[in-house]
Design a protein around this ligand. Sequence first.
Ligand SMILES: *Cc1c(COP(=O)(O)O)cnc(C)c1O
Length: 669
Amino acid sequence: MVENNLVKEFVSLVAVEDFEQRYAKDIYEDKFFGMPLAPIVSCEKKLREKQSQSVAYFSMEYGLATSFYNCFQSSQPIDPKNYNEEQEVFSNYPLADYFFTFKLNTLIDLPIYSGGLGVLAGDTIKTMADYAMPAVAVGVLWNSGYFRQRFWYKHGQLPAKTYWEPASYPGLVPLKNKIKLLLRNQQLWLRIWKYYVYSYRGDYCLPLILLDANIPENSERDRRLTDQLYRSDDARIKIMQRVILGMGGVMALKEMGYSVSRYHMNEGHAVFSFIEAARGLSQQQIEALTNQFVYTCHTPVEAGHDRFHSEELKAVLLDEDFSLCERYGLEKPAVINLTLLAMNVSSSVNAVSKKHGEVMHLQFPQYKDKIKYITNGVHSHTWMSPAFQQLLNKYKDVLGDFQTNPMGLEQIKHLAANVEFRQQLWQAHQENKRYLCQLLSKWKFDVNVFTICWARRFAAYKRPSLLMQDVRRLVAISKKIGPLQIIIAGKAHPKDRAGFSFINHMMDKIDGLTENYDTLKIVMPENYEIGLARILTSSVDLWLNNPLPPFEASGTSGMKAVLNGVVQLSTLDGWMVEAQDKNIGKTFGYTNPPGSIGDERELHMSDDAKQLYIALEEMAQMYYAANLGGQVNYNSQWLDLMINCLIAAGYFNTYRMLDQYKQQIYRIL
Ligand SMILES: *Cc1c(COP(=O)(O)O)cnc(C)c1O
């Protein structure tokens, strides 16, 4: 029996399945899995008020960093599958690879993301919670996550399933509510799960609704629709995954009784939300509905724009729904383009950096007036390491309350000449780097050796193997200037052959460098995920980013690095174009001709690799001028760059970003 008033109220608002038996031990008195329960009750009430003016954020994926940020506790045993496993490493020190692994001793992050898009979605909704915005997020419960990357010794990537147990993931609760999607010749049932995303202070929260087709009401085949994120086996599965997010999402919001003023589609994946909301409306009402929809486009890359044949859509959708898709999304006869559909049904369309805005204008000239840009950011509370938070807390008199207002980080310019600050900054960085070196101690990582990292998804346009084009040059630099430690990590989509071949190619090259291990250490840890991203972005000396311009819409990993004073080496693309004058490192390489986006298959590898080595050599020189085997020159140029990084973080964060969304896109609050 539910005794406590707050819990009673919670249960009346949120119909948790199996509450008494399973969840009452973690949701009791004023607690929800160790976090305060009151904010849940108040946000659930607020979202149901007619005048609530809330935003519903739709995204196929969410990277919430639940393993280390605002963690829930559970009094129940947690399934071992929800903990990180041992990770293997492929390096040019095979003896260590053979005998050792490393392990992050945490829960896995909620495995419902694949990469940067999901992390941005997570960072965005966390910032909405910090801003106490009335908002709700909608996504999908991926029963087998994205995939677990294993290495197949020397032969590349072996994708495996992620096994996890949603029912024993702390803070994730299944509801009794189920919804039924009406499709052509079939219905699909979806169960609703909820997860609460708290503000960093824990005093406010917003619900994340996750849709799940893995329930007995559905056929075996349909139960697997919410199995793995971005399955691309066939068109039906792709369409159904998008239908679940969009249509299922809008139905779930209605089922919850939330009143929504803005539907924010994070990528075209979510566009069926409009189709669901428009069903049964008159033409005039449909036009009015577009005022409530806004759309953010995240990539200029072809593969990021879904196109379906009319017949494929017709096979799934009801006639009325299909005609709406055709009316707003027909690109050419019998081809429906979800990007066009999303642009046509939204009152506002935005790119995710200044440069991406220009690229979108070239790609979609007929929508030029509609397309704005808002540069991405990262959530500072998630991505700034504790060592840096402690350091900056000492300077609140200069920075103000930078935790509430990270734009205050710009004031670090007033500390640039402060010798004590420079020393403490270096120490904080070394503390982070020491942790990395401990993790890789079996690979003999040294805290005073120049350390470079490239880590993100292995998509062709990101050019993962650029640094490995001419390994003789790397060997030469390591002998001439000083030793190098290089970390490369990332997953290739299981169906992406180019991505696979990058991994194989690099492993071959690394394998040929075993003789050079004294001065040149190259390691590839498997299964790059948020937990590892957090460690790498805060602990290396140089963050390498070398996408082929103009195909990186924004990029965010470098922003995580600048929050931790990590210097950048990058091509001029995405967010880096706006950071160019901030002196946070070096830029190099090809840029697309003005007025043209060039060809994404023409990777310009050999020219850009040459430029990369020249730039890297200069950076190594600069690093060793600052740190020669632990002898630190605090007045060095390298420390200036580190300080400039922190100043830039005052701009490239989600608080500045969300301010702009509120003012230019949502325009309701
Ligand atoms: C931040 C992040 C990304 C995005 O990296 P980009 O350099 O922007 O492509 C990808 N994967 C993970 C796990 C991340 O944390």
